[in-house]
Write a protein that binds this ligand. Structure first.
Ligand SMILES: Nc1nc2c(c(=O)[nH]1)N[C@H]1C(S)=C(S)[C@@H](COP(=O)(O)O)O[C@H]1N2
Ligand SMILES: [Mo]
Length: 432
């Protein structure tokens, strides 16, 4: 992890454990009011007198208390804000119940600071690289007129979704289950644009640059620049998108242009996209190297030290599912039917079966599972649940992909950075 990110995330972890305590003591010291206001205005884009005195990773109290009216512009106030610099927010599972995720409920994962000014009318995307046969630059209008426009529903999930469950813990945003969503993206196929530029025979990787800036403010230092092997870039579902659900996407999700690479870590889907590189080698941009978005090539014991050479780049994400209805804490009336429902997805694969259990995995009921709207979209599932008596229950949900791989009940493959946790989602219900 880079020095610029380490501090915020560490204090973030502190905040999560001690938030109540910190807020109490701040209130007692009469400090809360000022800090809240300073960070409010930082969030809203204005300047403030005391903003610089607030530690970088501190959650503004106002943002943690969404009922006081704080919100990320364009986002549902129900999102959980994990960090303010950079902005990171996840979506509680029950707010992901829509078949097609509304833009307002799509999580936000920023590694740096979004561009300060964005004018779609003059935005350009240039394509070059060692293995590009030409160097071309397109406006968004060029993309819209030169290439076929497609709309596809594609799952976007952060590679670190589920990190909060790792033990020993992994540093970084403590995502629970909500760094995922599946909106409908409109744009052009990446492969059509690459073909227009020309791909040399020695091409290996396609990488992105975005217009966001590094937290350190150092010019020339990029917050993130990742990519995918050429074959992945050439898939029909790899898009250069300008819209979510038929409207401009929120600034926080990459307006006015971004990559959408289905089934792979969200970090492959570059936001504020202004440059593509057709590379003759595995891309070596920010967060491609070292331990970023890599897991041990061979399984390791929890807490093991793994050297950089023994870490391999994550490709497709594993099979996973969510219970989006009902939510934990649901009070259910005995003797009435309960329909549990949610979504399942499986990286580059299809989900072939979905099961639920309310007896801690002793028996599993097969759920109804819909076909995806298109390849790379999540699949809706639902199951009628019977409770034999009153009391406390957990609904466990488990997806199986078309290679026969199932979600594990326990935390899978510990890794130093806390990626790829696809353990079964559980929600708690009281029947009375
Ligand atoms: N330019 C740029 N692209 C980016 C990022 C970023 O910080 N800057 N974050 C990446 C990561 S780690 C993820 S998970 C997704 C998150 O997309 P979202 O914020 O639209 O949910 O964007 C990816 N693309
Ligand atoms: Mo991510």
């Amino acid at each position: 992890m880079t020095a610029g990110e380490r501090g915020p995330h560490e204090s973030q972890a502190e905040n999560r454990r001690g938030f109540g305590r910190i807020a109490d003591s701040l209130t007692r010291r009469g400090f809360l009011h000022g800090a809240g206001i300073a960070t409010f205005s930082a969030f809203l884009g204005g300047s403030s007198a005391y903003g610089q005195h607030m530690s970088a990773g501190m959650i503004p109290v106002a943002s943690a208390l969404n009922d006081r009216g704080f919100r990320i512009p364009g986002k549902d106030p129900g999102l959980t804000v994990l960090n303010d610099r950079p902005v990171n927010a996840e979506t509680p599972a029950h707010l992901l119940d829509d078949a097609v995720t509304p833009a307002s409920r799509l999580f936000v994962r920023n590694n740096g600071l979004p561009p300060a000014t964005i004018d779609p009318a003059v935005w350009t995307l240039s394509v070059r690289g060692e293995s590009a046969r030409s160097h071309k630059t397109y406006t968004i209008a060029d993309l819209k007129t030169k290439f076929e426009t497609v709309t596809l529903q594609i799952v976007l999930e952060c590679g670190g979704n589920g990190r909060a469950e790792f033990y020993p813990p992994a540093r970084g945003n403590q995502w629970t289950v909500g760094a995922v969503g599946c909106p409908a993206w409109t744009g052009v196929r990446l492969r059509d644009v690459l073909a227009d530029v020309g791909i040399a025979d020695n091409a290996v990787y396609v990488a992105y640059h975005g217009a966001d800036t590094h937290l350190s403010g150092q010019p020339g230092k990029r917050p993130i620049s990742r990519g995918v092997p050429l074959a992945k870039a050439l898939e029909a579902e790899s898009l250069i998108a300008w819209a979510i659900n038929g409207a401009d996407m929120p600034v926080m999700n990459g307006h006015p242009l971004r990559l959408v690479i289905g089934g792979w870590p969200g970090s492959c889907s570059g936001k504020w996209l202004n440059e593509l590189l057709i590379r003759d080698r595995v891309h070596d941009g920010a967060k491609m190297t070292g331990t970023s978005y890599r897991v041990p090539c061979e399984p390791v014991a929890p807490g093991a030290r793994v050297s950089d050479e023994d870490m391999c780049i994550i490709h497709a994400m594993p099979v996973k599912s969510l219970v989006t209805s009902v939510k934990t804490g649901h009070e259910h009336k005995a003797g009435t039917p309960l329909i549990a429902a949610g979504h399942a997805w499986a990286g580059d694969r299809k989900v072939s079966a979905m099961h639920v259990s309310v007896d801690y995995g002793q028996t599993w009921l097969k759920a109804d599972l819909a076909a995806p709207r298109n390849h790379q979209a999540w699949q809706r599932w639902q199951a009628p649940i019977d409770f034999p008596a009153m009391g406390y229950y957990e609904i466990w949900a488990r997806a199986t992909d078309d290679a026969g791989r199932m979600q594990p009940m326990v935390l899978p493959g510990w890794n130093p950075k806390g990626y790829l946790n696809n353990a079964c989602h559980r929600v708690a219900v009281r029947v009375s």
